[in-house]
Structures are given as structure tokens and as C-alpha cells.
Design a binder for this molecule. Structure first.
Ligand SMILES: Cc1cc2nc3c(=O)[nH]c(=O)nc-3n(C[C@H](O)[C@H](O)[C@H](O)COP(=O)(O)O)c2cc1C
Length: 368
């Protein structure tokens, strides 16, 4: 009896299975607006229990990458409504990942008038792709003033309301992978000396205030968060005290009553592994749903669900390359390999053209 493919619930929501499509930036949103191609891509994958969208900016300032979607204009809300209708029509639930890129940005990618912001004027090492001029160094962010902080918190709250208007079942705050919330949490990118910097109580404050504002806007049953303790992506080096910091965060997020925590472990992509003690601590302290992700196949997913390590499993690259991943994993059928060359390129190639198995293939695999 498969746990992965059995019904479950997420807060008040019924899910058709425990397999979650992990958030994946795909850069197909020309003009930062969801389009027909994106409707097709998400609809193809809507046999998941839950889809978490690609990182979507709550504001013009958060739109650091080329061709990522936003949720701050009427056209964006209308575009996303077509995505949520298509996904709901196939039985999946869908949360929007709210990703404010902060210092992971370049002015050439930002809409007119927008600014690259961060907790402190510390640029991330590394380069970012721009359509106009190719790879460029990450921007030097403007240190957020207190007014910027308050305005950004309100942008998150409004973005969450907009996501509701677009038909989403909830939102996931992107607190992972080196974007704005994590930039506040980590001491290398946050060198503030005010109430938003210094101790973990201060470095966590922005994330917790964003979470509270979003909860007030749409309700705690509709708000999850993604965290990447020990993650190093986007120039986030390890430091002493990491485990204690994320233990503090888990406790505070539990007190806020978020519907889920979604932990990232990118060791399958060459990042440092998340210690098992860290995952166990979050499991113990947080009473909502726990989603684990990173390098899962069907066997490992069943094992971790059966042992109670988590409640849901999120999968990225296998979903990217297999629109019918649920059928393939159920049948034990072969899977398509993802093509990294087309992860972030505009157009349907490597996006909506990964083949699904024919019904005959699924049946014969099931009987092998
Ligand atoms: C093309 C691509 C884009 C991604 N974009 C995001 C993103 O927007 N937000 C996020 O939290 N993680 C993002 N990730 C990380 C994935 O959600 C996931 O954690 C990672 O792929 C590891 O899981 P996997 O081994 O199942 O692929 C991305 C990964 C890939 C491959």
C-alpha cells in the first residue's frame, strides 16, 4: 500500500496524494505575466497532490531575475487565475511561492523604477543572467530603511491577497536559497545593527513579521514557508550557530501556526547535507505539516513517509522532465531525464514538450 499515492490533507485542504511539485523558476513569463504556455505546463503536472509554483515576486523590487512572474498587477492576477483554474480542473491543489529576490538581482532585470534591496549593502558573489547583456555581477543592494522594511512587509501581505484573488489555495514564503528572507536570517548578508540585525531574534524578525502579516491577510491555514538550513546557494556560507538559529525559527513558526514548513536539502545538487538532527528538530518542534525535498525518488519517498520523517514529499527535476510523473512512479516506469540547457530559456522547448507515456506503456510497465 503506497503512502505516497494515498489521499491526505494539508490543513483544511484534501490532497489527492502526498507528492508535491517543488517550486521551480522557469523564466517563461514574458513581461513578468503568466501566459498560455505556463497554463499548459502546470496543467500537465496537475496529477500531483500539491503544486508549488515557481518563485513569484510580491513586488517590482523583488523581480530580480529575467522573465519571472509577479503577483502585483491586475494582468498578473488574471494570468495566474487561468493557471489555478486549469490545475484545479485536474484535481491538484496549488500554492504560490512568494519569492522576493532581494540582492539576487540586476537592474537590467528589474521593472522600471524598481530597486535591488537587501538588509545590508553586501553584494552576493556570482553572476546573474540578463536578457540584454548576458551574465552580469549580482547587484549591490540598497540597505533597506525602516520604511522600506515596513513597505515590503505590506507588499507581501498584498501579494498574498492577490494570490487569493487569483484562485490559489495558499502561499509559500520563500525563506530559502539565498533570497530576501534568508538574506535577513544569515549573518553574512545581514550586517545591520538595528532591531533587524545581530542576534537571531533580530535576524529572524523580518521573516516572522512577513509571516504574521501574510497570516493576518489570508489566514494561517493558507501560509507555508520554505527554509534551507545549511543551504549555501547564492553566496550563503555556513557559520557556527546555524542549527541553533533554525531551531529558534522552527519554534517561532510553530507559534505562528503556519500550515507547513518545507525543508530543502540540496545535497543531491552538490550542497552540504542537512544534518538529520536538524530535520528531526524541526519535525519535533513544528506541529504543522512537514514537507521534505531534494533528490527524492519513489522508493526514498515511501521510506521517509513510512518512518514518519515528514508528511509530504516535494520533487523538482523529476516533475520538470515528466509531466506524468505520478503515473510513471506508480507504474515503476522509466522516466525522462531533465535537460538543464532549457531550464531557464523562453519558449516551449524543454518546458511543455517532455513526452508523457502512452497508456499502453504505463500498463505494460505495471505488469513487468
Ligand atoms: C530549474 C530549477 C528551478 C528552481 N527554482 C526554484 C524556485 O523558484 N524556488 C525554490 O524554492 N527552489 C527552486 N529550485 C529548487 C527545487 O525546488 C528543488 O529543491 C531542487 O530541484 C531539489 O529537488 P530535486 O532533487 O527533486 O530536483 C529550482 C530547481 C531547479 C532544477
Amino acid at each position: 500500500m503506497s503512502l505516497l499515492f494515498s489521499h491526505t490533507s494539508l490543513g483544511p485542504l484534501a490532497l489527492q496524494n502526498r507528492l508535491v511539485m517543488a517550486p521551480m523558476t522557469r523564466n517563461r513569463a514574458i513581461g513578468n505575466i503568466p501566459n498560455d504556455l505556463m497554463v499548459e505546463y502546470y496543467a500537465q503536472r496537475a496529477t500531483a497532490g500539491l503544486i508549488i509554483t515557481e518563485g513569484t515576486s510580491p513586488s517590482p523590487n523583488g523581480t530580480g531575475y529575467a522573465r519571472i512572474p509577479g503577483i502585483y498587477s491586475a494582468a498578473q492576477i488574471a494570468g495566474w487565475k487561468r493557471v489555478t483554474d486549469a490545475v484545479h480542473g485536474r484535481g491538484a491543489r496549488i500554492f504560490m511561492q512568494l519569492m522576493h529576490c532581494g540582492r539576487i538581482a540586476h537592474p537590467l532585470n528589474l521593472p522600471p523604477g524598481a530597486r535591488a534591496l537587501g538588509p545590508s549593502p553586501v553584494a552576493a558573489a556570482g553572476e546573474i543572467f540578463t536578457d540584454a547583456e548576458g551574465l552580469k555581477p549580482n547587484a549591490m543592494p540598497q540597505a533597506m530603511t525602516d520604511a522600506d522594511i515596513q513597505a515590503t512587509i505590506q507588499e507581501y501581505a498584498q501579494a498574498a491577497r492577490n494570490a487569493m484573488a487569483a484562485g490559489f489555495d495558499g502561499v509559500e514564503l520563500h525563506g530559502a536559497n539565498g533570497y530576501l528572507l534568508e538574506q535577513f536570517i544569515r549573518p553574512n548578508s545581514n550586517q545591520r545593527t538595528d532591531r533587524y540585525g545581530g542576534s537571531i531574534e533580530n535576524r529572524a524578525r523580518f521573516t516572522l513579521e512577513v509571516a504574521q502579516a501574510v497570516i493576518t491577510a489570508i489566514g494561517k491555514d493558507k501560509v507555508g514557508i520554505r527554509l534551507s538550513p545549511f543551504g549555501a546557494f547564492n553566496d550563503m556560507p555556513p557559520y557556527a550557530g546555524m542549527e541553533a538559529d533554525y531551531t529558534y525559527l522552527a519554534r517561532q513558526l510553530d507559534a505562528l501556526g503556519l500550515v507547513y514548513i518545507h525543508l530543502v536539502d540540496h545535497s543531491s545538487m552538490g550542497a552540504p547535507a542537512v544534518p538529520e538532527t536538524m530535520k528531526a528538530t524541526v519535525r519535533h518542534l513544528f506541529h504543522g505539516t512537514l514537507i521534505l525535498s531534494g533528490g527524492y525518488d519513489a522508493v526514498r519517498a515511501e521510506t521517509d513517509l513510512a518512518s514518519g520523517k515528514c508528511d509530504l514529499i516535494a520533487v523538482g527535476r523529476p516533475f520538470l522532465a515528466n509531466p506524468d510523473l505520478v503515473d510513471r512512479w506508480k507504474a515503476g516506469a522509466a522516466v525522462n531525464a531533465p535537460n538543464a540547457d532549457t531550464f531557464y530559456t523562453p519558449g516551449p522547448k524543454g518546458y511543455t514538450d517532455y513526452p508523457a507515456l502512452s497508456t499502453g506503456d504505463v500498463l505494460s510497465a505495471a505488469h513487468r
